[in-house]
Structures are given as C-alpha cells and as structure tokens.
Design a protein around this ligand. Structure first.
Ligand SMILES: *Cc1c(COP(=O)(O)O)cnc(C)c1O
Length: 365
C-alpha cells in the first residue's frame, strides 16, 4: 500500500510542548490533565504526554483510555466527557476520575464501582454560561456534592470543574473563573472539607496562565489543543506562542492531477457533495492540482495550509482537495508529495481516519 496520505508526527516537538505547558502551569500552582482526544489517543502520543509530566491522561473516549491503561504509564486516567449511563461499568473499569453533571449517572457509577470493588473519583461540572455540560442550578450541584460525599460510598468527590469556550464560545475571564471558585467554596462549606481539584477549563483557560491572572484557588486545567497544535491562542487571541511548536503534525498528500481549468464551474450551479450552495470566484483560467486527501481525512478543506509558497486551497470533497497552483514557487506534477500544516480539526480527522498512515519523526538532537 502507498504511504499517502500520511500524517507525520514529531514526538520531540510534542514532548517540548508538553513540558512548556506543564512548566508554566506548575509555576502557577496548576496541575494539568493531558487531553489526548485531539490525536485520537495514539499510544505514542499518550506516552509522550506521560513522559512530559502530565498529572493525568484524559480523553472523552473510553477506547482511548483503554489504550492508555494498557500502556501502564502510572498516571491516573480521566474521562472528560460526562459518561453515558450505558458505559458506567467501563468508565469505572478504565477511568480513575470522571467529569459529571447528572445525579442518576453518579448513582450508577457508584453502583458499578461497588460491583467492581473500586473507588471512582468524580468532578462535578458547573455550567457557567457556555451551555455545554454542567449543572446550571447551583443548589442542584451542591445537593449532588453532598449526596456523593455522604451517600455514595464507592465514589470519591475530587472536586468541581467547568468548561468554557466550546459550544457557546464563552471566554474564561477571571470573573467567570471566580464564579467557579465561589461554587467550590460553597461545596466545601456544605461537605465540611477542602476539595482536591478545582478544574478551570481547557486550552482557552490557559490564556489566564499566560496572562498571570488565573484565580488563586484554581489548581487544575485539562489541556489538549495548546499542546498538540499550539495554534488557536495565537491565531484567534494574538498570544505569542513562539516558544511552542505548532508543527507537531504535518499532513503529506500526493498530487493526482494537475491541469489548467476555469476557476468558475461551468454549467448550472446547484449543491455540492455535502448539499451546500457555495459561491465560486471567477479568476479566469488557472493552473490547479488535486491531492488525494479529502474531507473524510481532514474534516474541512480549510483545516490544512500548504507548506509551499504560492499554493492556495480552493476546496474539495470527501476524497479530493483542490489547490490553486498557478503561482506555486515550484512546478507541481502528478506523483509529487505536498506538505501541509494542520489545525486541531484536521489532526482530529487525520489521526482517526483508517486511510491515513501515521508515521513518526524523531528530530536529530
Ligand atoms: C476536549 C476537552 C478538553 C480539552 O480541550 P482543548 O481545547 O483541546 O484543550 C478539556 N475538557 C473537556 C471537558 C473537554 O471536552
């Protein structure tokens, strides 16, 4: 079989990213769950997260935690998607800690932990406005905390947490995170002891580490993108990430057609392969190339960025990506391999696609 399309992973760069993030967080008194779901929990990546100093290994998917468990890194495993009722037994078997927002699921986790003869750690999630997971009603959260603490003997209430900047794009301002601190204090008052973990969010909350204004009591973050890609905070919020590698992952794809064609489709325009009505800019007749990689592998055509100068991604379908190569700095021909930088979305699809070869690059030290 061909080696392409291929995702090349630089494990040295990944390790340096893990160490940089862990170091900065440690300086702020914050421990970090290394979130591996963005790279589909590839074993080699999990090992690097562990080696680089993550406090826990975290994923939304139990299959990936199973991979982590087999690696025997010695680190606690954290399930960061609130568990399905139907996976409670596996959640208890594979994860040491899970994030939760439903009392009925917590009761089922307790029952399964009892059957397995284990204690399972739980973090109760508070929704502070992003409107994805979490208790909305404070009293309901505190009642759940008290029930876990006093009634669910096989669960250990580890702490509280929140998630921001995902569905509702709500920013983790100090005010929002102070709300989490206040919830933590209310829970501590209700159960009469301190909580071990106050988990203040994901990569977006890392902005507070970079700014040095994370509320004191927040002692934990769950970070994926900033370690795997180190792209979003620079691109969308203007942070200087020059001490990070944003090229841990590189897509390498093969050119299968190079022709001079019109830029505007010819005929009556309807919907594309995904039922969308797009507009096409007419730039006259230009040189274009097709690479053998598509939305099935990268999610969306604008998740990838050509390494070569003068090449532009025009769009694509499930298995084809179309490039404008009219102004390419070198001649492009069928059989050529083109490199692309990739964002989080592309890495998610590439590492999960059965058709993409995963290869590792070790840079010479
Ligand atoms: C995916 C996820 C994270 C990690 O998010 P990044 O933006 O990749 O750092 C953290 N917490 C939860 C609950 C998640 O689902």
């Amino acid at each position: 079989m061909t080696e392409f399309p291929q995702v090349m992973i630089n494990l040295d760069y990944l390790e340096q990213n893990v160490r940089t993030v862990m170091g900065r967080c440690a300086d702020a008194g914050v421990s970090v769950a290394g979130v591996v779901k963005g790279a589909t929990g590839i074993a080699e990546c999990i090992e690097v997260f562990a080696k680089g100093g993550a406090t826990q290994i975290a994923s939304s998917r139990l299959e990936q935690l199973e991979t982590a468990k087999k690696l025997d890194t010695g680190l606690p495993l954290m399930l960061i998607r609130i568990p399905m009722m139907s996976e409670a037994a596996d959640a208890v078997r594979l994860a040491d800690i899970s994030l939760n927002s439903e009392i009925t699921v917590l009761r089922e986790l307790d029952r399964q932990a009892g059957i397995a003869g284990k204690r399972h750690g739980v973090i109760l999630m508070a929704d502070l406005g992003d409107l994805r997971e979490g208790f909305w009603d404070r009293t309901e959260l505190i009642d759940a905390a008290v029930e876990v603490e006093t009634g669910l003997q096989n669960l250990e209430l580890k702490g509280v947490g929140t998630n921001l900047g995902c569905y509702g794009a709500i920013q983790p301002t100090t005010e929002k995170l102070d709300e989490l601190v206040s919830i933590a204090e209310q829970v501590e008052k209700a159960i009469g002891r301190n909580l071990e973990i106050i988990s203040g969010g994901a990569t977006s909350s890392y902005m507070r580490i970079l700014d040095g204004n994370l509320p004191e009591k927040i002692n934990h973050l769950r970070i994926g993108e900033q370690i795997l890609n180190a792209y979003d905070l620079e691109k969308y919020y203007g942070y200087d990430l020059s001490d990070m590698h944003s090229d841990v992952f590189t897509l390498r794809a093969e050119v299968v057609e190079v022709k001079t064609k019109p830029t505007h489709p010819v005929g009556e325009v309807g919907v594309d392969a995904f039922g969308r009505r797009l507009t096409y800019e007419d730039r006259g007749i230009r040189r274009r190339a097709i690479v053998a990689v598509g939305k099935a592998d990268i999610g969306d055509s604008d998740n990838i960025f050509p390494a070569d100068g003068g090449i532009e991604v025009l769009g694509g379908s499930s298995d084809h990506t179309i490039l404008d190569v009219e102004d390419a700095e070198r001649e492009i021909k069928p059989g050529d391999i083109l490199d692309f930088a990739v964002n989080y979305g592309a890495v998610l699809y590439l590492t999960g696609s059965a058709n993409v070869k995963i290869r590792f690059h070790k840079s010479v030290k």
